[in-house]
Design a binder for this molecule. Sequence first.
Ligand code: BJW
Length: 229
Amino acid sequence: MIVVLTGAGISAESGVPTFRDAGGLWEGHAVADVATPEAFAANPDLVQSFYDTRRRLLADVEPNPAHYALAQLEAAYDDGLVIVTQNIDDLHERAGSQSVVHMHGQLRSALCTSCGQQSPWDGDLAPHPPCPVCGRHTLRPDVVWFGEVPYDMEYIQHALLMCDEFVSIGTSGAVYPAAGFVSFAGATGARTLEINLERSEGSDNFGESRRGPAGMLVPEWVDEVLARR
Ligand code: BJW
């Protein structure tokens, strides 16, 4: 089985801004200033607006060759492929991938802080619409902020234990627990490969690192995997 971890870099060539590259600021705010429960408590309208803007951007972007190559691999690879994405966009699904775990949540979902219900959501949250389930005006973006526990960790840890190959694509390796997955998978004997535009904070932990744009390197890697079956 192969586990693929994706980060903001895989969606960069689709036009989705990354977090920590040059320009990775939103209206002058660093990600740490808008992606925390404390920021949301202090300035909910600012934080809702940050996510409303990104949700609207989804309508203007398309999957790129890296997303499509992973979907092609999943369809053709009999030994199993799990994509664990830190991204909250839906570009993997729109490319055709089915086995996708969104460990940091999803833009197209709202979470009610009163009743805990997750609801599919495509509109803005800044106007404080009511929760479709309990009616309270307490919806927040269904995303995982610093200090919160990522989604589906048990499932991810099991997949990491079982995999023969772990591939990380387009992530800076700056945020845990995702940054620790390579060590976890490597300790159980999995082959580990990093595909990233530049050297990342985690590069030294991988058996192999390839540098370049995901839109070029991921299709090449998928061709290699399919050729060696
Ligand atoms: C390209 C490219 C191209 C560009 N092609 N490549 C020490 C140890 C362990 C934990 C901690 C620790 N200290 C603090 C912590 C906790 C904290 C943490 O990690 N802090 C760090 C600052 C150190 N972590 C947490 O709080 C997490 N929760 C947690 O640990 O709970 C405890 C627990 C865990 C497990 C079980 C039980 C309990 C939660 C972290 C939540 C992160 N949330 C965000 C926001 C999500 C919503 C949103 O999208 O707004 O997630 S922050 C932001 O960073 C977002 C991203 O998913 C995440 C990672 O960013 P990513 O994807 O790596 O993007 P970039 O921009 O950093 O990098 C892009 C890369 O792509 C670059 O390298 C480019 O070069 C490359 N690139 N173009 C290929 N074309």
